[in-house]
Design a protein around this ligand. Structure first.
Ligand code: C2E
Ligand code: MG
Ligand code: MG
Length: 744
């Protein structure tokens, strides 16, 4: 098969690949886009959670401070400087219990009175390190308290609930939530004059502990603090802002990206699925490609077969007709001559019948090869029928080139073929027509080539004939003759038989007579069988004519003392499987006994080697009808045929008889035929005896019977009857003279 990719399959492949890639790209992009969207949202949600977590912690600190800072005891103990109580309830306790990293108590002058650090009392001097960042907040709170408690003697009610919180960067850079609350009484039992309030300061550093708390609460892994934006690599960052919106630092964490996680998890499975899909697609594509290639191949093959002969591979009739039209178009343009050759193998049927169809096919192939080798590249060899070929020859300067190709064809096809161990000899008859006439049509040329072929075959085969206008006239002529013969047969008018007596060589008595058909044509006069038997065979009239001859001859013989009558039979009559029955019917009808009928067949009939011929001959002979082999020696029959078929008589052809006394070689052949006949228990008749020398020599050779002008020309039925009657009365005389209507 053609491995080159055909355009259709290539198109399908390319289209499929482009489509698949586009699909993969689209799905991939869509997947990536959706995953990004999902993950972006997830990150945004995490950032919100981180901020909320921080805000929660920041919001909790003042509430925790207020649990101790709004309390009568706190105010009283601060005023009295009860350090253990203060540590236990305001500083150390606050730091220890709520985890405030640093706790300071500021007096009304904003000086530290007590401090705690990491759950233990600490040196108030530590405040100095944070004073700068806390002082602005203290000022803000004191201002707010002053405003709230202006014109009041007791500030308790107006400052309770006030406070300041912010996120600041400590001197070390780390961020912290700072919350300031005034320490105020919880009841009217204690008075608090404006400006005298203590302030509780809690510092909660935003450190890993805070991060961990947020991590736990919102299930966000690995939150860390970074002073600078550390959204590098896998991490994302969320800024920590103070009240003024200034960035103090960043929370960073490796975000939870569910979509990417999902993709990562399912990636191996997806990859495997994709690989399988790709494999399946590739297989499918391959299959598709092969199918489409096959389809294309069979389409090409079908179109090749539509225009080429399957057996030989040469153009068939359809392509031939097309090429002929092209050749004629070219001729009209260029003025160069075109020739058309029709050829027909001469003995193809015989090869088929004797060696079988496979050998016949081989022969046809070999013929096509030889023909193709004879012509030039621009010419066309076509097979237009069983054993019929045509050649279109183009660009000819003159007719002689066409004739020389025809001659070559006759020669190359006439040369023996070596096929399946057989040496086969067939011949070719060729009809040629050549033209440079712009008005010529393909149809016309085909008709003319056919006529020329017919003419070549009629002229003895193994030759070529060039079409000449005369042939057209002959065809018309033959057509007219055919019509006439039809009406002659239909009306039984003009047809008649003459009888040529056949003599016993030794006694010169008439032993039988051969019926020979004559036709008195209304305008052409008397026609010999040579002019119309072939016509009757070609135009399907031979059965009718043959039956008429047989019936006429038998009914004549039945009414005379003629020992037997011989009737010529065309090989075509044997195609009728009921031929023997027809003969029997005629015998019955005319009352002629079978042994008084002799049928003359030709060697060609035996060569057909057909079971039908054999059975017909057997049936005829079984009835007692004799079979004579006419024109013996001119055909190809072999002794084996004679043995197979069984023949009663050989009739030596007149071409041999006429050579007797002149040609020693042929005379030798005649002698051999006579000896062969004797050896095979067949009678031998010599036809066409014209001289006494021939008669003498044939007699000396032991030929049984003689027939010829020397003894008698064909005579009319009446003349023969008369002769038979006079012969019965007196000794026989040779050279009967024609007596009535039907004479030779
Ligand atoms: P054939 O059967 O070989 O007949 C002998 C032919 O030789 C006859 O020619 C006859 O007139 C001719 N002939 C006889 N003696 C001589 C002679 O001494 N010298 C010469 N030169 N010729 C002689 P005819 O009648 O023209 O017939 C020609 C052929 O036509 C016959 O050859 C036979 O094959 C065929 N034919 C004749 N009648 C019929 C018929 O009724 N049916 C068929 N199928 N073929 C027939
Ligand atoms: Mg004959
Ligand atoms: Mg003959």
């Amino acid at each position: 098969m053609n491995t080159r990719q055909s355009p259709l399959s290539r198109q399908i492949t390319n289209l499929s690949i482009v489509f698949a890639l586009a699909l993969i790209a689209a799905v991939g992009f869509l997947g990536w886009w959706a995953a990004s969207r999902i993950d972006d949202r997830s990150i945004a949600r995490q950032a919100r959670a981180v901020q909320t977590g921080l805000a929660d912690i920041a919001a909790r600190i003042p509430v925790e401070q207020n649990s101790s800072a709004i309390w009568d005891d706190a105010v009283l103990n601060l005023r009295s400087g009860n350090a253990p109580w203060i540590e236990e309830n305001l500083t150390v306790w606050m730091s220890d219990y709520f985890g405030h990293d640093e706790v300071y108590i500021l007096d009304s002058a904003n000086e530290v009175t007590h401090a705690a650090h990491d759950g233990a009392a600490s040196d108030p001097a530590a405040y100095e390190t944070v004073r700068d960042v806390i002082t602005p907040l203290v000022t803000t709170l004191r201002d707010a308290m002053a405003v709230a408690s202006a014109d009041e003697s007791d500030s308790t009610a107006s400052v309770t609930g006030l406070g300041v919180e912010d996120i600041v960067a400590l001197p070390g850079g780390e961020p912290a939530i700072i919350s300031l609350r005034p320490i105020v009484p919880s009841s009217d039992a204690v008075q608090q004059s404006p400006g005298s309030e203590f302030v509780h300061v809690s510092i909660r550093e935003i450190n890993d502990k805070v991060a961990e708390e947020i991590s736990k609460k919102y299930a966000i892994d690995g939150i860390g603090y970074s002073q600078f934006d550390a959204a590098d690599g896998d991490k994302v960052a969320s800024p920590i802002l103070n009240n003024n919106g200034r960035i103090i630092g960043f929370f960073t964490w490796v975000p939870d990206e569910p979509a990417y996680a999902l993709i990562r998890e399912t990636a191996p499975a997806l990859a495997v699925a994709l690989a399988f899909s790709a494999l399946a697609a590739a297989l499918l594509l391959g299959r598709l490609r092969r199918t489409s290639a096959m389809l294309e191949h069979s389409r090409a093959e079908a179109s090749y077969l539509a225009f080429h002969d399957a057996l030989t591979g040469v153009p068939n009739r359809a392509l031939f007709e097309d090429r002929l039209e092209q050749a004629l178009a070219h001729m009209r343009r260029s003025g160069a001559m075109v020739a058309l050759h029709y050829l027909d193998l001469d003995r193809f049927k015989h090869v088929n019948d004797t060696l079988g169809h496979p050998v016949g096919d081989e022969l046809i192939k070999a013929v096509a090869q030889r023909l193709s080798a004879c012509v030039s590249d621009v010419d066309t060899v076509a097979r237009i029928g069983g054993d019929e070929f045509a050649i279109i020859q183009v660009g000819l300067a003159d007719t002689s080139l066409a004739l020389s190709l025809a001659q070559t064809v006759v020669e190359v096809i006439g040369a023996p073929f070596e096929l399946s161990g057989h040496e086969i000899r067939v011949g070719a008859s060729v009809g040629v027509v050549a033209t440079s006439d712009a008005a010529s049509t393909g149809e016309e040329l085909m008709r003319q080539a056919d006529i020329a072929l017919y003419s070549a075959k009629g002229d003895g085969r193994g030759r070529y004939h060039l079409f000449v206008d005369q042939m057209d006239e002959n065809v018309r002529d033959q057509r007219g003759l055919e019509m006439d013969l039809r009406s002659a047969l239909a009306n039984e008018e003009g047809l008649g038989l003459v009888y040529q007596p056949i003599y016993n060589t030794l006694s010169s008595t008439i032993v039988g007579a051969e019926a020979l058909v004559r036709w008195d044509h209304p305008t052409r006069g008397r026609l010999s069988p040579a002019t119309f038997i072939r016509l009757a065979e070609d135009r399907g009239l031979i059965d009718q004519l043959g039956t008429w001859v047989l019936t006429t001859a038998c009914s004549f013989a039945a009414g005379t003392s003629l020992p037997w009558v011989a009737v010529n039979v065309s090989p075509l009559q044997f195609r009728d499987e009921h031929y023997a029955d027809r003969v029997f019917e005629v015998l019955e009808q005319t009352g002629l006994p079978a042994r008084r009928l002799e049928l003359e067949i030709t060697e060609g009939l035996l060569l057909q080697n057909s079971p039908l011929v054999q059975s017909t001959l057997n049936r005829l002979r079984a009835r007692g009808i004799r079979v004579a082999l006419d024109d013996f020696g001119t055909g190809y029959s072999s002794i084996s045929y004679l043995r197979t078929y069984g023949v009663d008589k050989l009739k030596i052809d007149q071409s041999f008889t006429s050579a007797i006394g002149k040609d020693q070689e042929i005379q030798g052949i005649v002698r051999s035929i006579i000896e062969l006949g004797r050896a095979m228990h067949m009678l031998v008749t010599a036809e066409g005896v014209e001289t006494t020398e021939q008669q003498r020599i044939l007699a000396s050779m032991g030929c049984d019977q003689l027939q010829g002008y020397l003894l008698s020309k064909p005579v009319s039925a009446d003349a023969l009857t008369e002769t038979l009657a006079s012969n019965a009365a007196s000794p026989p005389t040779a050279n009967l003279q024609p007596a009535s209507r039907f004479t030779a």
